[in-house]
Write a protein that binds this ligand. Structure first.
Ligand SMILES: Nc1ncnc2c1ncn2[C@@H]1O[C@H](COP(=O)(O)OP(=O)(O)OP(=O)(O)O)[C@@H](O)[C@H]1O
Length: 589
């Protein structure tokens, strides 16, 4: 029973006999006499065990049995050691551990099971290591308080609608993600290595925010994560020492190659790890020697100028996001050219020749609605993909972001033009990559960039053959379609489904739940459209920010119907791309 569970919990705590003397068998925990037990309708919904001098190892398994538990507070007690396995409490909404002595790193996927979490307070402990990436996946998270700990590394990109954020007084470094600049400076104060808005300190070359140091930091963490890795490093240290010797000899000969040697962050041992960052050989001066390769950068499109790896690594950079395919960095080079660098995850099975051929094909694309990459960098363990930076950002950001000027500029004619541009871009991809199952494969609003005059540019297209299949399934939006979820198949019609979702997103102004892996959060725009169409109420779906005149409304409904025909869950009943594009072109303003 729940009484037993609470008594088990009490047993696991030290000092509980004094503090929790009111917790006794034979009296119901919801009788009102049990200290700190909060009930609603005779079921336990919260445990507020603050300021009780408790310590010990919290019996989380006992708490798992209390299925209605939503709030757990152990504020201002004396708990220590690593974070208990609270991630077994899948329904918890508030987890408040402020002012204890918890310590150690929190595994990066720790929070991935806590999809209901709204409030997380870990302040005033001694947690260290990176802020767990899984926090960025919690769609309902509203309050995040991590102040007064020893969290280090970069701040991940929190895209959810956080209401309150405090990361002050940690050891965080690098550029503050643009999406968090709306929080005041107090949220970030006391982290010497942080720069960028809203702090006064701008990100420059030497403050840890160059692309070079951002990439090195990630590498350092990668090599620093597991004990097993450290053992392997120690075992190969003799070999590495020999290599370092050779390397130093070469460097002295003046070939300009540069590597970072960094110290691991483990408490006791201080192994020296080789952190491989891209070679910076081959800057501006190497043009003749390297042809268009400029060191390790291969230019595939020189329309915006030519740059080398050195120019890129010295650029001041900030993190833009961390999508399924890899991390995204904005980098401003000394020449004034601003680019986006995508550090591709898990492409390792691709040989250089195949990768090169594909990139060169991308580089030859010239279409008003397709972004053409500028360059790439290829090594077995590192692939960078470089495109021009588009200041307006993605359709996702403009539609659902800060709802500022850009959003109000999304008038009906602009939205229709965006849909038509997307359709034209797709038509082009279907001829350019006509043999591919998925000529795009990852069509969603974050992969539609907007030019200054709102012309859409498709990005992240035709990647499927380049990435390893396991990652494709997790990362490409096409694999979240009913085609794959129900029948484990994708085809050219799968891109049509993705087009349908984006049309419905543009017309309704709602964030599609389809974009979330667990379907939670956002609006199921497909189901909503089908239900409304069957009930004849589809006019109610149209974004309230769009105009109300009868003629425009008629045309909006026309487009909404096309979106629904594209989003049919059965590919047999779905439009094919040619027909979808033809019908979209017919829609009038
Ligand atoms: N060329 C660019 N110019 C400006 N902003 C960009 C550019 N490319 C991407 N972005 C911005 O960076 C954000 C993160 O991009 P990223 O591709 O990592 O996210 P994603 O689309 O969610 O992930 P993925 O494509 O890996 O599935 C995008 O939402 C977009 O706002």
């Amino acid at each position: 029973t729940e009484t037993d569970s609470l008594l088990h919990l009490k047993k696991s705590l030290t000092n509980s006999d004094r503090s929790l003397s009111s917790w006794i068998p034979n009296i119901s925990p919801c009788s009102g006499t049990w200290l700190g037990v909060v009930c609603f309708d005779n079921t336990i919904t919260g445990l507020h065990l603050s300021d009780l001098g408790l310590s010990g190892s919290i019996d989380v398994d006992a708490l798992v049995e209390i299925r209605s538990l939503r709030t757990l507070s152990f504020i201002n007690n004396s708990f220590s050691g690593p974070i208990p396995n609270f991630n077994k409490l899948g329904s918890i909404k508030s987890l408040l551990l402020t002012q204890n002595r918890f310590s150690g790193t929190i595994p990066t996927d720790f929070f991935s099971t806590l999809n209901s979490l709204k409030k997380l307070w870990l302040s005033g402990n001694n947690f260290s290591g990176e802020i767990p990436q899984s926090l960025t996946q919690l769609k309902l998270l509203k309050e995040l308080h991590l102040e007064y700990n020893s969290f280090s590394g970069q701040i991940p990109n929190f895209n959810q609608d956080l209401k309150s954020l405090d990361l002050s007084n940690n050891k965080l470094q690098g550029a503050i993600p643009v999406s968090l600049a709306r929080f005041g400076p107090n949220s970030f104060a006391g982290n010497e290595g942080l720069c960028g808005k809203p702090l006064e300190k701008t990100c420059g070359d030497d403050d840890g925010s160059s692309l070079f140091s951002l990439l090195s930091n990630v590498n350092e963490e990668k090599y620093d994560t597991s004990w097993a890795t450290k053992v392997i490093v120690i075992l190969v240290i003799a070999v590495v020492a020999a290599m370092i010797f050779l390397f130093v000899k070469r460097s002295r000969r003046g070939d300009g190659e540069l590597r970072v040697v960094s110290r691991s962050r483990s408490n006791s041992t201080e192994e020296v790890l080789m952190v491989q960052v891209p070679s910076m050989r081959g800057g501006v001066g190497d043009k003749k020697k390297e042809g268009n390769k400029r060191g390790d950068i291969v230019m595939v499109n020189e329309e915006r100028g030519v740059f080398g790896l050195q120019d890129l690594m010295k650029a001041s950079a900030e993190v833009l996001g961390n999508g399924g395919l890899g991390s995204m960095y904005k980098a401003m080079m000394g020449t004034g050219l601003c680019v986006v660098v995508k550090r591709m995850r898990e492409m390792n099975k691709i040989g250089k020749d195949v990768f090169d051929a594909e990139m060169r094909q991308f580089g030859r694309i010239r279409h008003r609605n397709i972004i053409t990459p500028l360059a790439y960098h290829y090594r077995r363990e590192e692939k960078l993909f470089i495109t021009e930076y588009m200041p307006k950002g993605s359709l996702l950001y403009v539609l659902h972001g800060d709802r500022g000027t850009s959003h109000s500029e999304l008038t009906w004619p602009t939205r229709l033009n965006i849909v038509k541009g997307i359709a034209r871009g797709l038509k082009f991809l279907y001829s350019e990559f006509s043999t591919y199952d998925l000529p795009h494969g990852n069509l969603k609003s974050s992969n539609v960039l907007l030019t200054d005059d709102y012309e859409p540019l498709l990005s992240d297209y035709a990647f499927q053959p380049l990435i390893n299949p396991k990652v494709s399934v997790q990362a490409l939006f096409a694999f979240k379609s009913p085609d794959f979820v129900q029948n484990q198949k994708v085809s050219q019609k799968t891109d049509v489904y993705c087009l349908g979702v984006i049309i419905l997103e543009i017309i309704t102004g709602k964030f599609p739940s389809q974009y979330h892996s667990n379907g939670k959060g956002g609006t199921d725009v497909v189901q909503w459209a089908f239900t409304a169409i069957s009930e004849g109420t589809e006019a109610e779906l149209i974004d309230s920010e769009l105009p109300n005149d009868a003629n425009s409304r008629k045309n909006m409904l026309h487009l909404l119907h096309i979106g629904a025909c594209c989003a049919e869950s059965n590919p047999e009943q779905r439009l094919n791309m040619k027909e979808a594009v033809r019908r979209i072109e017919e829609v009038q303003v």
